[in-house]
Design a protein around this ligand. Structure first.
Ligand SMILES: *[C@@H]1O[C@H](CO)[C@@H](O)[C@H](O)[C@H]1NC(C)=O
Length: 320
C-alpha cells in the first residue's frame, strides 16, 4: 500500500515522533471540545435562537407532537433480538423515503441532562426547517448510561455493543479509550451502508441552523465538512473534519469505509479523521471510483473556520 504523503501526516500530527502515543493535538482537541461545550455552547444557543426566531412557533408546536420514546421502549422489551435486528428496525423507522437516516454518536460524558446532547437536539427545534429532521435521527449510544439518557429525550436510540469495553467514563475519553471510541465510528457507519441506508452523520457537538440538503452536491458518493476549505470542493488539499458527512450507500462507499477502518493499523495512534486526511490521497480511492467532495465552511462551519454569514450557515461545529 502506498505510503501516506508526508505533508498530510505532519500537518495532522505534530507529535508523530511517538510511535503509538495519542497525538498531542487529539488530547487538546478532546479537552477543548469539553471546555468549549460548556463555555461556548450556551451563548451560541442564545445567538442562533435569536437568528432564527421566526421559526420558533412552528418548531415548538411540532415538538409537542413528538412521539414519546415508543420505539425505544419496544426496543427494550425485545431483549432476545440480536443487535443486528435492532439496528435494522431502528434504521427502518427513522429512514426518510429515500433510505436516508441521520446519525450521531453519544457516550455518557455527553449525555447528562443539560449537556451536549440536549443542545444538539435543541438546535434542531430552533433551526430553520430542521425540527422535522429529528424524526430521522438515530442516536447511537456507546454505553448503557448514554442509552438510558437517550431514550428519555429521543425516539430513536440504538445501543452499540459494548462487550468488554466501557466507553462511558470521561477519563477514558482522554486516553487510548478515546481512540477506540473514535474508530467505532467508521466501523459502525460501514454497517449502516451495508444495510442499504445513506446517512448524514453529525457529531453531537454541532449545532444545526438550517436544513443542509440544499447545499449537498448531487451524485457524489462521499461529502464531508472541513476544518480548512481551500475554495474548491474537489481539491484534496481541503482538510476534512470527520464530524459531519453525507454518504450514499453503494459498493464504492462500503469498500472505502472498510479501507478507512483497516487503515487504522497502518497509522497507530491516530484517529479516524487524521487517517482520512492521509488516505484521501491514496490511489486506491481513485481505483475504486469513489467520488469525494468537500463541503464549504460557508455552510458547514467549525471553530477552525467559522462561517461568516449567519444568514447562510447550516451547521456549526463548536470544536476545531
Ligand atoms: C479544483 O480542484 C481540482 C482538483 O485538484 C482541479 O482539477 C480543478 O481544476 C480545480 N478547479 C478550480 C476552479 O480551480
Amino acid at each position: 500500500m502506498a505510503m501516506p504523503p508526508r505533508k498530510a501526516l505532519m500537518m495532522s500530527a505534530p507529535s508523530a515522533g511517538r510511535p503509538s502515543g495519542l497525538p498531542r493535538h487529539a488530547l487538546w482537541r478532546s479537552a477543548a471540545a469539553l471546555v468549549l461545550a460548556t463555555l461556548v455552547a450556551l451563548p451560541f444557543a442564545v445567538l442562533y435562537r435569536a437568528a432564527v426566531s421566526p421559526s420558533l412557533g412552528a418548531s415548538w408546536r411540532w415538538q409537542t407532537s413528538l412521539p414519546s420514546a415508543v420505539s425505544s421502549e419496544e426496543e427494550e422489551g425485545d431483549d432476545l433480538d440480536t443487535e443486528d435486528l435492532k439496528l435494522e428496525r431502528v434504521l427502518k423507522k427513522a429512514s426518510m423515503g429515500d433510505n436516508t437516516v441521520m446519525l450521531t454518536t453519544l457516550n455518557a460524558a455527553w449525555a447528562s441532562p443539560g449537556s451536549v446532547i440536549d443542545l444538539f437536539i435543541d438546535s434542531f427545534h430552533s433551526g430553520v426547517r430542521t425540527s422535522l429532521l429529528l424524526k430521522h435521527l438515530v442516536i447511537v449510544a456507546f454505553d448503557w448510561n448514554a442509552y438510558e439518557q437517550c431514550v428519555k429525550i429521543h425516539s430513536y436510540c440504538f445501543a452499540l455493543g459494548t462487550e468488554g469495553v466501557d466507553f462511558s467514563e470521561e477519563k477514558r475519553f482522554l486516553t487510548s479509550g478515546y481512540l477506540e471510541m473514535m474508530w467505532r465510528r467508521p466501523d459502525f457507519l460501514r454497517l449502516v451502508l451495508e444495510k442499504g441506508y445513506n446517512f448524514i452523520f453529525s457529531d453531537a457537538d454541532i449545532m444545526w441552523f438550517r436544513n443542509p440538503f440544499p447545499h449537498f452536491y448531487p451524485d457524489v458518493d462521499f461529502q464531508i465538512a472541513c476544518d480548512h476549505y481551500v475554495g474548491n470542493a474537489t481539491d484534496l488539499r481541503n482538510i476534512a473534519n470527520g464530524g459531519f458527512s453525507y454518504v450514499k450507500s453503494n459498493e464504492r462507499n462500503i469498500e472505502f469505509y472498510s479501507f478507512w477502518y483497516s487503515s487504522r493499523l497502518r497509522y497507530p495512534g491516530y484517529h479516524d479523521q487524521d487517517v482520512f486526511n492521509a488516505i484521501k490521497h491514496d490511489p486506491y480511492i481513485v481505483g475504486i471510483g469513489l467520488t469525494i467532495k468537500f463541503l464549504s465552511t460557508k455552510y458547514f462551519g467549525g471553530f477552525c473556520e467559522p462561517s461568516r454569514d449567519l444568514n447562510e450557515v447550516c451547521s456549526l461545529h463548536y470544536a476545531c
